[in-house]
Design a protein around this ligand. Sequence first.
Ligand SMILES: Cc1ncc(COP(=O)(O)O)c(C=O)c1O
Length: 294
Amino acid sequence: MSMPTPIVFLNGDFTPITDAKISVLDRGFLFADGVYEVIPAYAGKLFRLSQHIERLNSSLNAIRMSPPLSAQQWESTLNKLIQQQPDPASDQSVYLQVTRGANEQRDHQLPEQYQATVFAMCQPIASHNLNAIALGIKAITLDDIRWDWCHIKSVALLGNILLKQQAADQQCTEAILLRDGYATEGSASNLFIVKNKQLITPPKSHYLLPGITRDLVLELATKEGITCIEREISEQQLFDADEVWLTSSTKEIMPVIELNRQVVADGQPGQLWQQVSTAYSQFKTQLRESDNDQ
Ligand SMILES: Cc1ncc(COP(=O)(O)O)c(C=O)c1O
């Protein structure tokens, strides 16, 4: 039996993905002039929607664009999109992208007027991937080759892609990025370490994306009574850590059990990881059973 063609949202319309088309002059295509978000939906309930929309709007503001949709419009659009998927109650991630649209000519300078391109689609979140991650992942450290505005969730991801591929080439899941001797984040995730029962993550800055999962992990860990510290992590502190975690919306909390081919602590997901990851699962269960997005 063939799969139904997925329905996506493009510029106000819900349409089969095969019919969704944009101009070759779109500045997203020509210049990666756009931003995006990835928002999980558990049993159809959008995860931390208001925080995702807030981050989207701050990315748009940083690239001198205004929000094409209000928070309420996003909410109803994304919920309608989820409802049109083959299994709306399954776990999915919603990808949305806003670009500065198409001009008549390719020109670096920003157009005085533009019509944003607004796109959204759903993809399944596979629980077997999360189960594999929970056993622990391998990571390597690499110098951060990206630009200095990593707080913007820009669609210009070539740096991130090439870094992740270098990790994959070495049978690793993620690359932990170093800048001036400090570990900032992963190529597609935020970084935490545990040392002497304290949870440490680098403070928000232009060198890392302000992760929605990062904020939730800090919130949940604090509720669990764990001391949380936002402070820079030197390369040495990374290697001396009792636990290393990487977080993202779709991968949740990844315990790193091998770093640059050396085992981290005893080579098993750590005790604090177990505790916070249980709290994270409970948060998801509450969201699934709730009436509202959280
Ligand atoms: C570079 C980078 N840092 C951090 C994150 C984690 O952000 P979030 O928790 O909002 O998914 C991502 C997510 O894709 C990312 O690409």
